[in-house]
Ligand binder design. Sequence first.
Ligand code: KDG
Ligand code: MG
Length: 403
Amino acid sequence: MKITEIKVIIASPGRNFVTVKIMTDEGLYGIGDATVNGRELAVAAYLTEHVCPILIGRDPQMIEDIWQYLYKGAYWRRGPITMAAISGIDIALWDIKAKAANMPLYQLLGGASRDKMLIYQHAGGLTIEETVEGVIALREKGLEAIRAQVSIPGLPPIYGTGPNVDQLTAGMVQARPVEEVWATHKYLPLIPKLFERLRDAVGWDLHLLHDTHHRLTPIEAARLGRDLEPYRLFWLEDPVPAELQEGFRLIRQHTTTPIALGEVFNTIWDCEKLISEQLIDYIRVTSVHAGGVTGLRRILDFASIYHVKSACHGPMDISPVAMGANVHVDRWVPNFGIQEFSGYLEATHEMFPHSWYQQGGYLYSGEAIGHGVDIDEKIAAKHPYVQAYLPVARGTDGTMGSW
Ligand code: KDG
Ligand code: MG
């Protein structure tokens, strides 16, 4: 089998996506996701200028060799743009191989370890009471795990709150970065109050999660983790920016609140110490950013040795294609933890026909061959790219922080 053509399709059915479509001389084709929110055009250029031309004529079944060729052959290794490009190609190649084997991708990986995958969705409010209402509304839809976020009184809406808790549709993600305001000293005492109120309102059966979104120092995160212990969170996510992996030792010394990390990671080197020293409990790497199915499988296998569970990143800016690859990996992986699933706008569902589906608090892979997701190029052509950036965050004194 030979690769005959590779298309890079940029479209915005509610938000921007970069989709790879690999055609072969045997009529089979594969679909991959290469979306990096706010940097879509950089990945598309990397693919069209430096990756697609050198893959024409190669055997698409040589997935591992192509992965190594694109990773080592680039000389300049790692990073979100390079690894999203490799991810898009890799996801498409696994799609082709599973189609050639006439089986769903999870079967090719080793078969099912489960038939349904626990998911979580997002509730967020400008006030604690608004967030409580949002959590109760999601529980009534059958969710068994819910992430809760709340804005800081007196400050403009922060991540995960405000008019659209996902804030990630093209309309919400602005043509120039919105500058949010942050105040750690107001945030730290607020969040334990949120979860005290939530446990009073919903009891103890519901899994409750929270995302600090990279904004604390290790000792601040340690204090928050300890203050949250009475409310038994499923996890505290991204408490601290993770370039300094050993910084998480300090958090571990002070709290038993489980830690989730890794949605921004793109290779095993970003989390090797975090996993091998058991400094985290859930690894958030996802197919579109961590090297595709090949990269994801490698990291999750490594994590399984150290009791670290999977928790693939899955907000609106992870396309239904990457969600398809994720849910097949989720179905196979022995150390499954949970799958984030924000859901999608109708326009996105229309552009990406998919066999995976949600029922209540669970996601199901479906039994279609490959990863079960396709792209409707006619619909894609109706949704041109929209310049859109993620917000940034500054302290009340204007100091640049992490969003
Ligand atoms: O593009 C960035 C988003 O994917 C991120 O802000 C969402 O933190 C996030 C999450 O946990 O879904
Ligand atoms: Mg997050």
